[in-house]
Design a binder for this molecule. Structure first.
Ligand SMILES: Nc1ncnc2c1ncn2[C@@H]1O[C@H](COP(=O)(O)OP(=O)(O)O)[C@@H](O)[C@H]1O
Ligand SMILES: [Mg+2]
Length: 304
C-alpha cells in the first residue's frame, strides 16, 4: 500500500501550551482516516500544519514521500473552515471563481456538482443554500483540482440529522471513487460510520491508531447463567477463562483472546451442563473509545 502521508514527531506549541505533541502517523492510499478526539485535542492544529497554514514547532511530514511544497499541495483538497463564497452569486458561479483562483479546469465543475448532489441547485444564489448545501459546495470546491487526498475538518458540525447523513454518504462516495480522505471529528459514531482507519488524539498526544474494524477485537466477555452447584468452579477451570465475576445470578467470564462463547458452551455441555443463558457482551465503540483513553491515561501515569 502506497503511503500518502507520513508524519514524524510533529509538534506545535502555542506559548506554553503544547497543542500537538510529537505525533507519528501514516496514512495509506485509499484509506478514510479519522482523527478522533474531543474539542481542543489538537485536530485542527494538526490539519493546519499539514496544509501549510500553521508552522510546526518541531517534527516533519511528507506527502507522497516528498517534503511539502506548493506544487504538492495542489494534490490535496481541503475544507478546513467555512470557506468564503459570494452570497449573491450562484453555486456554479462561485465554483467558476474558485476554479480560476485554484487554476483548476472549469470542465471539472459539472462532475463535482454531481458528486455533492448540487447539480439541480447550481444556479441558485449561495445565500439561499442550507448549511448542508453550503458545506457540500465547499467539498465540491475542494475537489475542483481532482486532488488525490481530501481533508475535512468536522465536516458535519452544525448540521441537522438529514444534512449529516447526506454529507456522510457523499464522503463514502468520494472514498469509493478511490480518493484518500483525512477527516477530523469529535464524533465517535461519525468515525465509526465513515472511516476505515482512525487515530485518537488526546490533549495533543496520539493515544491510539489502527483500523476501525479492529476495535471490537481482542478479549470478549461472555454472560453465563447455568444452574449447577459447581458452576463457578467449572467456569474458573475453563481453558479460555481469564477471570469470572458474579453479577446477580449470572457469571461474566472474561475470555482469553481466540476463545469465544461457543468454546465455553461446548465445554459446559461436555460437563453435562446446559446453560440457560449464554451471551457475548458486545462493547460499543463508545465504551471502547473511553477504555482506550483510560488506558492511555493509565500508561501516562505509569510513565511519569
Ligand atoms: N492560534 C492559536 N493560539 C493559541 N492557542 C491555540 C491556537 N489554535 C489552537 N490553540 C489551542 O490549541 C489546542 C488545540 O486546538 P485545536 O487544534 O483547535 O483542537 P481541536 O481541533 O481538536 O478542537 C486548544 O487548546 C486550543 O485552544
Ligand atoms: Mg477543530
Amino acid at each position: 500500500m502506497e503511503t500518502v502521508l507520513s508524519i514524524q514527531g510533529l509538534t506545535k506549541n502555542f506559548g506554553k501550551l503544547c497543542a500537538v505533541n510529537s505525533i507519528n502517523l501514516e496514512v495509506k492510499r485509499g484509506q478514510v482516516f479519522g482523527m478522533l478526539g474531543p474539542n481542543g485535542s489538537g485536530k485542527t492544529t494538526t490539519l493546519g500544519m499539514l496544509m501549510g497554514v500553521v508552522n510546526p514547532t518541531a517534527g516533519s511530514f511528507s506527502w507522497f514521500g516528498q517534503p511539502p511544497t506548493h506544487q504538492l499541495r495542489k494534490k490535496i483538497g481541503a475544507v478546513l473552515e467555512h470557506p468564503i463564497f459570494y452570497p449573491y452569486l450562484s453555486g456554479q458561479k462561485n465554483l467558476e471563481l474558485m476554479a480560476m483562483i485554484k487554476e483548476a479546469p472549469v470542465s471539472n465543475i459539472p462532475k463535482v456538482l454531481e458528486l455533492v448532489e448540487l447539480a439541480d441547485r447550481k444556479n441558485d444564489k449561495y445565500k439561499t443554500y442550507s448549511l448542508g448545501m453550503k458545506q457540500r459546495l465547499a467539498i465540491a470546491s475542494a475537489l475542483l483540482n481532482d486532488p488525490i487526498v481530501l481533508i475535512l475538518d468536522e465536516p458535519t458540525n452544525g448540521l441537522d440529522p438529514m444534512g449529516i447523513a447526506e454529507i456522510r454518504e457523499i464522503i463514502k462516495r468520494i472514498a469509493s471513487d478511490g480518493k484518500t480522505i483525512i477527516l477530523a471529528s469529535h464524533l465517535l459514531d461519525e468515525v465509526q460510520k465513515v472511516c476505515s482507519h482512525f487515530a485518537i488524539l488526546r490533549k495533543g498526544t496520539l493515544v491510539h491508531s489502527g483500523p476501525v474494524d479492529d476495535v471490537g477485537k481482542g478479549e470478549e466477555k461472555v454472560e453465563v447463567i447455568a444452574f449447577h452447584d459447581d458452576i463457578a468452579l467449572l467456569l474458573e477451570r475453563f481453558d479460555g477463562t481469564i477471570s469470572v465475576k458474579k453479577e446477580d445470578q449470572q457469571f461474566v467470564v472474561k475470555m482469553k483472546e481466540g476463545f469465544h462463547s461457543q468454546d465455553l458452551n461446548r465445554y459446559l455441555f461436555e460437563k453435562g451442563i446446559v446453560a440457560t443463558h449464554l451471551l457475548t457482551q458486545k462493547k460499543s465503540l463508545e465504551k471502547q473509545f473511553l477504555e482506550i483513553l483510560a488506558e492511555a491515561e493509565h500508561a501516562a501515569l505509569i510513565k511519569n
